[in-house]
Design a protein around this ligand. Sequence first.
Ligand code: AMP
Length: 564
Amino acid sequence: MSVTFKSLSELLEKIETTKKRLEIIEQTANYLKTLSAQEIEPSTNMMVGRAFPKYSQKTLDVSWSTLTRIFERISVFDWDFFRQAMAATGDIGSATKAVLEQTKAKKQTQLTQKPLTITEVRITLDAIAQAQGSGSRTKKERLITTLMSQAEPVEAKYLVKIFTGEMRTGLHEGLMEQAVARAFNVPLGRVQHAAMVLGDIGEVAELLKTQGSEGFEKAGFTVFRPVKLMLAQTARSVQEALTEHGGKSAFEYKYDGARVQIHKQDGRVEVFSRRLSEVTGSLPEIVDAIKQNIPAQSIIVEGEVISLDSAGYPIAFQHLMRRFRRVRDISGMEKKIPLTLYLFDILYLNGESLISQPYLQRRQILAQNVGKIPLTNQIITDQQTQAEGFLKEAITAGHEGLMAKKPDSPYTPGRRGKRWLKIKVILDTLDLVITAAEYGYGRRKGWLSDYYLAARDPESGGFLELGKTFKGLTDAEIIEITKRLKESSIEQDGHRVIVIPKIVVEVAYNEIQQSPRYKSQMALRFARITRIRDDKTPEEADTIERVREIYERQFRNKGKYNSG
Ligand code: AMP
């Protein structure tokens, strides 16, 4: 018997109201046990809000405005009611369900249709992702219309969440890993490791279902499936980094560029961006450099791509990003924005994972396998003054600062730890998400030019606003952002448009203040956008805890004004 999409939606309804982690894990584990080999990967992914496995390059590419057009076509979509439901729940999926339920009640429809199954939903999602090129809009809309007209309100709620990537039930990736471990009675650490090397928890569940724990133990990296990146925390000074690393660090230039993970097997090369999307087509000279310099049969390496001007100084990040977005007329861009690659790490070589080896050993293996491709400029030292000199040198050369890496540390995919510390000398910045925007006045009329900025709240999976700014972006950027924000607009309230939080921006500010104005109780003073971080997803935005920490830290060097 095929498992219905309704059963999955109803499980998520239960989970959404459960606050207890253990209950969520147990209910999910029990559900996973009822699924067939074919259903388990799609269900696991859909439950955490993904249409496809995490490593997959497929995208649905369906905006909220397209979805609403479809709802208006297939039902009487009462916008006033939607706005009220949105205000009450703060969740597009729940608001959609409320509207559809109301419509259904009015129409008193009898549902005689066959129920949607998980397999059918996945097949339709696949077809939607595959619709590309001319006529794809119409084709996508036709597929979504058929899917949504078959869906009951509760199913529509979760389909909307999958389409918009806003699942927010509390069943996050970490709990799903625990549920998989429990369902198949295997240790959590092994599940986490397998999810890391396979690049997807759904695939781990499928492997356990089809091959039991034996096949699962053998799971290893697969070339051309991107591995989650190891990330860095911030240090205030080289001294702090040295202390953290037990007295000695490998200091490297922190290039202000774009991170790439490069996979090669035989004659084929693929390049992945920081968000793990494939960007091979935009970077032909990088692909050529790898082919010419790396003889290894199979290899996964990482590095930073920057572009230097004719005087040898790095160009601004926003211009570099144009190369990453560009898919047509690459040759013109190759001349205008030539790229330089600096490699810094190796994860895999000829069938073997290297991630548990100490960093300095990996660096040596890297150096031996990459021909003339330069490695990141590095010194290994226990001397504060030497490291400070190196920092100055990096800044003078136009780079962002230094990275300090613990010499004996393994590569830990997906972790933001203290083994890698970034030391920047510029102002404090936060990576925040735009949650709403307002139309400007005068010259900026018709443009969404005033942005509400929010930090991530891991507890609720939502975002908490911290301020608003109209400063920092160029006219061209404002025009582009306006277009993108309109695509993901949820509702308009006078001048203000509320959007699905998607765009990450780096924000500089002078101070964090206490403020009753926002739910976060904090506000940024003199916020200005320093760049659009299209290389970051909203899940990578700074958290409200980090903002709170910085807020508290401000008072260490300053008197704290006590208003109470
Ligand atoms: P951030 O994006 O501010 O969290 O800083 C970490 C990023 O710095 C990495 O993801 C890389 O893209 C970049 N980076 C620049 N130089 C290096 C380096 N030598 N080692 C590692 N990462 C580097």
